[in-house]
Design a protein around this ligand. Sequence first.
Ligand code: ADP
Ligand code: NI
Length: 215
Amino acid sequence: MDRDAILGAAESFARDVLTGESSGHDWWHIQRVRSLARTIAEAERADVFICELAALLHDIADPKISGDWETGLARVRDWLAVHDVPGDASERVIEIIATISFAGGSKPVPRTLEGRVVQDADRLDAIGAIGIARAFAYGGAHGRVLYDPEVAPRGTMTAEEYRGHQTPTVNHFYEKLLSLKERMNTEYARRLADHRHQVMQAFLDEFYAEWDGLR
Ligand code: ADP
Ligand code: NI
């Protein structure tokens, strides 16, 4: 298979597995991350094929989709083998997928430029207007309140704490989303993140003003 055919097949695979997923990892998230990964890869002179392929497959291995990491990564590895993706490309994609997921902020910076690009693309989709929409969709799917002025945001936490608590959705901005701007790996993504960050800040200012009946 040539590269376009592989990307087309990966697109169908991700679409089949993730269509209708309601925790914020739906198919259109994948499509957006792929588009961002391509844009950033071109600007940063990374390998565009590897970035797009890793972006398309990046959430298949997620425990929320495949049960646990081991099963999820095996599923991606099998898919790559069946589609005759050359060994080195396959290893690069697997390494990227295994290292980019955010779990309480403890994961290291990806070793390769391509890993950094895909991680930036995934994180960018968690901020800005799309990020706001995703956060409230996730909160709704998990039965969380929009905001509770009596519940303070949490500081540093373990992966279990990150997943476990019934935090109000507005707190998620302080626990994760507003910190992502500083965590961008590439210059190009940092510029996009700056703008998205301002959008979230403006949203929160407006939210509190409306909450207090001031506007
Ligand atoms: P990743 O895809 O990096 O593993 P998550 O699964 O933590 O990220 O999050 C997927 C989406 O759901 C993101 O947009 C994230 O901001 C949102 N999300 C995760 N946890 C919460 C939460 N407690 N409240 C609101 N949104 C959340
Ligand atoms: Ni993702």
